[in-house]
Design a protein around this ligand. Structure first.
Ligand SMILES: CC(C)(COP(=O)(O)OP(=O)(O)OC[C@H]1O[C@@H](n2cnc3c(N)ncnc32)[C@H](O)[C@@H]1OP(=O)(O)O)[C@@H](O)C(=O)NCCC(=O)NCCS
Length: 155
Protein backbone atom coordinates (compact mmCIF):
# COMPACT_ATOMS: atom_id res chain seq x y z
CA UNK A 1 0.00 0.00 0.00
CA UNK A 2 1.22 3.53 -0.78
CA UNK A 3 -0.43 6.89 -0.16
CA UNK A 4 -2.20 8.61 -3.05
CA UNK A 5 -2.48 12.42 -3.39
CA UNK A 6 -6.04 12.33 -2.01
CA UNK A 7 -6.16 12.24 1.81
CA UNK A 8 -7.27 8.82 3.05
CA UNK A 9 -6.76 7.11 -0.32
CA UNK A 10 -4.15 4.37 -0.73
CA UNK A 11 -2.98 2.48 -3.79
CA UNK A 12 -2.15 -1.20 -3.97
CA UNK A 13 -1.62 -3.99 -6.47
CA UNK A 14 -4.92 -5.30 -7.85
CA UNK A 15 -6.44 -8.70 -7.04
CA UNK A 16 -8.72 -10.80 -9.30
CA UNK A 17 -11.76 -10.08 -7.12
CA UNK A 18 -11.40 -6.32 -7.75
CA UNK A 19 -13.07 -6.98 -11.10
CA UNK A 20 -16.53 -6.94 -9.51
CA UNK A 21 -16.06 -3.52 -7.91
CA UNK A 22 -14.71 -2.11 -11.18
CA UNK A 23 -17.60 -3.27 -13.38
CA UNK A 24 -20.11 -1.99 -10.82
CA UNK A 25 -18.93 1.60 -11.38
CA UNK A 26 -17.44 1.65 -14.89
CA UNK A 27 -20.47 2.72 -16.93
CA UNK A 28 -21.28 5.50 -14.45
CA UNK A 29 -17.68 6.72 -14.27
CA UNK A 30 -17.38 6.81 -18.08
CA UNK A 31 -20.90 8.14 -18.63
CA UNK A 32 -21.52 5.52 -21.33
CA UNK A 33 -21.55 1.70 -21.56
CA UNK A 34 -17.96 0.45 -21.37
CA UNK A 35 -18.21 -2.81 -19.45
CA UNK A 36 -18.10 -4.79 -22.72
CA UNK A 37 -14.46 -3.65 -22.99
CA UNK A 38 -13.68 -4.77 -19.44
CA UNK A 39 -13.56 -8.53 -19.34
CA UNK A 40 -12.77 -10.47 -16.18
CA UNK A 41 -9.71 -11.92 -17.89
CA UNK A 42 -7.81 -8.65 -17.38
CA UNK A 43 -8.00 -8.93 -13.61
CA UNK A 44 -7.39 -12.67 -13.66
CA UNK A 45 -4.29 -12.52 -15.81
CA UNK A 46 -2.91 -9.01 -15.25
CA UNK A 47 -3.71 -8.23 -11.60
CA UNK A 48 0.00 -8.19 -10.67
CA UNK A 49 0.56 -5.21 -12.99
CA UNK A 50 -2.77 -3.47 -12.34
CA UNK A 51 -3.41 -0.96 -9.56
CA UNK A 52 -6.27 -0.09 -7.27
CA UNK A 53 -6.81 3.13 -5.33
CA UNK A 54 -9.27 2.86 -2.45
CA UNK A 55 -10.50 4.75 0.57
CA UNK A 56 -9.86 3.61 4.13
CA UNK A 57 -13.33 2.02 4.10
CA UNK A 58 -12.44 0.00 0.99
CA UNK A 59 -14.43 2.06 -1.52
CA UNK A 60 -12.97 2.06 -5.04
CA UNK A 61 -11.42 5.47 -5.84
CA UNK A 62 -9.55 4.65 -9.04
CA UNK A 63 -7.81 1.93 -10.99
CA UNK A 64 -5.32 1.19 -13.74
CA UNK A 65 -5.49 -2.05 -15.69
CA UNK A 66 -2.11 -2.51 -17.32
CA UNK A 67 0.28 -5.23 -18.37
CA UNK A 68 3.79 -5.91 -19.61
CA UNK A 69 3.41 -7.00 -23.21
CA UNK A 70 4.30 -10.69 -23.56
CA UNK A 71 4.87 -10.27 -27.31
CA UNK A 72 6.66 -6.89 -27.37
CA UNK A 73 9.43 -7.05 -24.79
CA UNK A 74 10.09 -3.27 -24.82
CA UNK A 75 6.45 -2.31 -24.26
CA UNK A 76 4.01 -1.90 -21.41
CA UNK A 77 0.33 -1.29 -22.13
CA UNK A 78 -2.45 0.45 -20.18
CA UNK A 79 -5.85 -0.91 -21.12
CA UNK A 80 -8.20 1.00 -18.84
CA UNK A 81 -7.98 3.78 -16.26
CA UNK A 82 -10.72 5.39 -14.25
CA UNK A 83 -11.06 7.71 -11.27
CA UNK A 84 -14.26 8.27 -9.27
CA UNK A 85 -15.93 11.49 -10.47
CA UNK A 86 -15.66 13.11 -7.04
CA UNK A 87 -11.90 12.54 -6.92
CA UNK A 88 -10.90 13.83 -10.35
CA UNK A 89 -8.30 16.56 -10.90
CA UNK A 90 -6.59 15.66 -7.63
CA UNK A 91 -3.61 13.95 -9.29
CA UNK A 92 -4.90 10.46 -8.47
CA UNK A 93 -4.67 9.08 -12.04
CA UNK A 94 -1.25 10.70 -12.43
CA UNK A 95 -0.01 8.94 -9.29
CA UNK A 96 -1.40 5.58 -10.47
CA UNK A 97 0.26 6.02 -13.86
CA UNK A 98 3.58 7.00 -12.27
CA UNK A 99 3.49 3.87 -10.13
CA UNK A 100 2.76 1.78 -13.25
CA UNK A 101 5.64 3.50 -15.09
CA UNK A 102 8.04 2.54 -12.27
CA UNK A 103 6.84 -1.04 -12.38
CA UNK A 104 7.28 -1.20 -16.17
CA UNK A 105 10.74 0.40 -16.07
CA UNK A 106 11.87 -2.06 -13.42
CA UNK A 107 11.00 -4.84 -15.88
CA UNK A 108 13.12 -3.17 -18.58
CA UNK A 109 10.23 -1.72 -20.60
CA UNK A 110 11.11 1.43 -22.55
CA UNK A 111 7.73 2.57 -23.86
CA UNK A 112 4.15 2.58 -22.59
CA UNK A 113 1.21 2.61 -24.96
CA UNK A 114 -2.56 2.94 -24.70
CA UNK A 115 -5.43 3.74 -27.04
CA UNK A 116 -8.45 5.94 -26.57
CA UNK A 117 -11.46 7.12 -28.54
CA UNK A 118 -10.91 10.26 -30.65
CA UNK A 119 -13.95 11.83 -28.96
CA UNK A 120 -12.64 11.26 -25.40
CA UNK A 121 -11.14 14.74 -25.05
CA UNK A 122 -10.64 14.33 -21.30
CA UNK A 123 -8.60 11.17 -21.79
CA UNK A 124 -6.51 12.77 -24.54
CA UNK A 125 -5.86 15.86 -22.37
CA UNK A 126 -4.86 13.66 -19.44
CA UNK A 127 -2.46 11.54 -21.50
CA UNK A 128 -0.89 14.60 -23.14
CA UNK A 129 -0.38 16.13 -19.69
CA UNK A 130 1.53 12.97 -18.71
CA UNK A 131 3.83 13.19 -21.72
CA UNK A 132 2.11 10.84 -24.15
CA UNK A 133 2.09 11.67 -27.84
CA UNK A 134 -1.18 11.06 -29.68
CA UNK A 135 -1.50 9.68 -33.20
CA UNK A 136 -4.07 10.98 -35.62
CA UNK A 137 -7.31 8.95 -35.28
CA UNK A 138 -6.82 5.51 -36.86
CA UNK A 139 -9.98 4.55 -38.77
CA UNK A 140 -11.31 1.13 -37.78
CA UNK A 141 -8.42 0.46 -35.36
CA UNK A 142 -10.63 -1.74 -33.16
CA UNK A 143 -12.99 -2.89 -35.91
CA UNK A 144 -15.61 -1.22 -38.10
CA UNK A 145 -16.66 2.16 -36.69
CA UNK A 146 -14.18 1.85 -33.79
CA UNK A 147 -11.62 4.55 -34.50
CA UNK A 148 -8.82 5.04 -31.96
CA UNK A 149 -6.02 7.45 -31.11
CA UNK A 150 -2.79 5.60 -30.26
CA UNK A 151 -0.96 7.06 -27.26
CA UNK A 152 2.76 6.47 -26.63
CA UNK A 153 5.24 7.63 -24.00
CA UNK A 154 8.88 6.74 -23.47
CA UNK A 155 9.63 5.32 -20.02
C1 LIG B 1 -9.10 10.57 -17.48
C2 LIG B 1 -9.13 10.39 -15.95
C3 LIG B 1 -8.65 8.97 -15.62
C4 LIG B 1 -8.16 11.42 -15.33
O1 LIG B 1 -8.13 11.19 -13.92
P1 LIG B 1 -7.73 12.34 -12.86
O2 LIG B 1 -7.40 11.68 -11.57
O3 LIG B 1 -8.80 13.38 -12.86
O4 LIG B 1 -6.42 12.96 -13.51
P2 LIG B 1 -5.29 13.80 -12.73
O5 LIG B 1 -5.91 14.60 -11.63
O6 LIG B 1 -4.17 12.90 -12.36
O7 LIG B 1 -4.85 14.81 -13.89
C5 LIG B 1 -3.50 14.96 -14.30
C6 LIG B 1 -3.49 16.02 -15.39
O8 LIG B 1 -4.19 15.56 -16.57
C7 LIG B 1 -4.87 16.67 -17.18
N1 LIG B 1 -6.33 16.45 -17.10
C8 LIG B 1 -6.99 15.53 -16.34
N2 LIG B 1 -8.33 15.64 -16.54
C9 LIG B 1 -8.51 16.63 -17.42
C10 LIG B 1 -9.66 17.23 -18.01
N3 LIG B 1 -10.90 16.80 -17.69
N4 LIG B 1 -9.49 18.24 -18.87
C11 LIG B 1 -8.25 18.70 -19.19
N5 LIG B 1 -7.11 18.17 -18.66
C12 LIG B 1 -7.24 17.16 -17.79
C13 LIG B 1 -4.48 17.92 -16.38
O9 LIG B 1 -3.31 18.47 -16.97
C14 LIG B 1 -4.17 17.32 -15.03
O10 LIG B 1 -3.31 18.13 -14.25
P3 LIG B 1 -3.92 19.41 -13.44
O11 LIG B 1 -5.16 18.95 -12.75
O12 LIG B 1 -2.79 19.76 -12.50
O13 LIG B 1 -4.20 20.46 -14.49
C15 LIG B 1 -10.56 10.66 -15.37
O14 LIG B 1 -11.06 11.87 -15.88
C16 LIG B 1 -11.58 9.56 -15.69
O15 LIG B 1 -11.70 8.57 -14.95
N6 LIG B 1 -12.37 9.74 -16.79
C17 LIG B 1 -13.40 8.76 -17.19
C18 LIG B 1 -12.78 7.48 -17.68
C19 LIG B 1 -11.83 7.67 -18.87
O16 LIG B 1 -12.13 8.34 -19.84
N7 LIG B 1 -10.62 7.04 -18.76
C20 LIG B 1 -9.53 7.19 -19.73
C21 LIG B 1 -9.66 6.31 -20.92
S1 LIG B 1 -9.39 4.57 -20.56
Amino acid sequence: MTSAPVPGVRTRTARPEDYDAIVRVADAWWGRPVTALLNRLYLHHFCDTSLIAETESGELAGFVIGFLSPSRPDEAYIHFTGVAPGMRRTGLARSLYERFFRLARSDGRSVVRAVTSPDNARSIAFHEALGFTCSAPVTGYDGPGQDRVVLSRPL
